[in-house]
Design a protein around this ligand. Structure first.
Ligand code: SF4
Length: 468
């Protein structure tokens, strides 16, 4: 989901004024400067495609991590996303009882190191380039709150699903931020061709998956990627699975059912046409299941459910053994677990929390966040679990608006769990892209709905954050 480039009221006005022109984003920005309503502090000097460089240039990666800048950035990021309430509860071992309501926090949740780094670098980009136009490929992370904040800093989102005309209008004066998920190679080639200054926040864990699939391609193995074919990270990884010469192949499988289709084809072959119809949006160009499932290497999107990934690896390996025999299989099958440490820690912390009695679980995070949705799946197997984007989703003691993973939409749910007069335990966790201030608001909303009097220490902590 791509954000538009405007957020403030006056920017919204410019959108209305200029919306009559069906121009790409950058052209609208230029038009906005003439409409005299743009809020951008950036230079709006447009370079038309004809004036722009067309020659492919070397990447101009810029290091915005200057000590003086980072000191300021860290203070700013803390002010925006930190929570004294969460820290206070963590100090008490992650469990806090007020009246008849107990809040239990997972041991690990919220921002991971990759997300923290990406946000820091985005904030630093604005400080290092106060007057430049700064763009971001898609979203920095899957969290509306954070993305809106970048929007307010005039960091504008470009399409991530495809290369639009906006990319052709980037100039060497522009700064382009690559998000924590990375970006497909053709996007990187394009911003390099345009000569832009690149701030690359791609997480190191994602890059290690890229190294793996590139090696598969080099050694003639097809990458089987366990992931979501339309997810930013998986698209970026798939592009690297083509290898440096572009001749590599990949297929993305989402779940055990899709894995079994691939395993069936490995064992018994089958109708390639039907196979390709099933996986048409999840394969490399020219993929031929008869030719490209001979030697396979498994990798995964870093944020998948670990137990599922392991099961898929086992099934694929067994299919190769069944077809080729154990000896040959050793040469025809590679595997590399690419679940990142942060995802693993959050899943493990939830399993640990589930060992103790709880009445319901709230999982806070962006609805398009992969690692968050897996936390919800884990929770749902054990107790009533609700995937909420923020505290506003807790409408009343009986109504929780949440994201339904099957229907893939936000729906109201009705539960008596919060409403009971007796003691209740509410578990709370969050994905790697969720800031602590959203957790804090959720905790306070639960206590408020339950009619609990907020204790002085929490109140003080909340006041510190300017919430109470
Ligand atoms: S979830 Fe994992 S791969 Fe993604 S940014 Fe965080 S640490 Fe990196």
């Amino acid at each position: 989901m791509s954000r538009t480039g405007f957020s403030s009221q006056s920017a919204a006005a410019s959108r209305i004024l200029c919306a009559q022109f069906t121009l790409p984003l950058l052209a609208r920005l230029a038009a906005a400067s003439q409409c005299s309503v743009g809020t951008s502090s950036t230079s709006l000097n447009m370079t038309t495609p004809a004036q722009s460089p067309t020659r492919k240039k070397k990447p101009r990666r810029v290091n915005v991590r200057r000590p003086d800048v980072m000191t300021l950035v860290q203070g700013e990021v803390e002010r925006h996303y930190r929570s004294s309430v969460v820290e206070r509860i963590r100090e008490s071992g992650g469990i806090y009882t007020v009246g008849t309501t107990t809040i239990r926090l997972a041991k690990q949740f919220g921002f991971c190191y990759g997300v923290e780094r990406a946000i820091d670098l985005a904030y630093a980009s604005r400080r290092v380039f106060p007057d430049s136009r700064i763009f971001l490929i898609g979203e920095i992370i899957h969290n509306q709150e954070v993305n809106h904040q970048l929007d307010r800093m005039n960091i504008r989102s470009l399409a991530w699903q495809e290369l639009t005309d906006d990319y052709d209008q980037l100039t060497p004066d522009d700064v382009v931020i690559v998000p924590a998920f990375g970006a497909p190679t053709e996007f990187m080639d394009k911003i390099e061709e345009r000569g832009c200054q690149v701030v690359d926040t791609t997480c190191g864990d994602v890059m290690s998956v890229w190294r793996r699939v590139r090696t598969y391609a080099k050694e003639g193995f097809t990458s089987i990627i366990h992931g979501k074919a339309g997810h930013e990270e998986t698209r970026a990884t798939a592009s690297r699975a083509l290898g440096d010469d572009g001749n590599g192949h990949y297929i993305v499988i989402l779940n055990p059912a899709e894995c079994d289709l691939v395993c069936d084809f490995i064992r018994h072959s089958g109708d390639p046409k039907a196979f390709m119809e099933r996986f048409q949006n999840a394969c490399s160009p020219g993929f031929d299941p008869n030719a490209h499932l001979k030697r396979i290497g498994v990798a995964n999107q870093t944020t998948m459910l670990k137990s599922e990934t392991e099961e898929l690896q086992r099934r694929l390996q067994q299919a190769i053994v069944d077809r080729d025999g154990p000896e040959a299989a050793a040469d025809h099958f590679r595997v590399f677990d690419t679940i990142c440490g942060a995802t693993q820690e959050r899943q493990d912390a939830l399993f640990d929390m589930l060992n103790r009695p709880m009445d319901l679980l709230l999982v806070v995070g962006g609805y398009n966040s992969s690692n968050t949705s897996h936390l919800v799946e884990i929770g749902q197997e054990h107790l009533p679990s609700f995937f909420i984007r923020n505290a506003d989703c807790l409408r009343s003691l009986e109504e929780i608006v949440h994201f339904d993973l099957d229907r893939k939409e936000e729906v109201p749910a009705y539960t008596k769990k919060l409403a009971g007069e007796g003691p209740i335990v509410v578990g709370i966790t969050a994905g790697a892209s969720c800031p602590n201030n959203l957790i804090e608001a959720t905790i306070l909303k639960v206590l408020e709905l339950r009619g609990e009097e907020i204790p002085a220490d929490l109140l003080k902590a909340a006041e510190h954050n300017g919430i109470a």
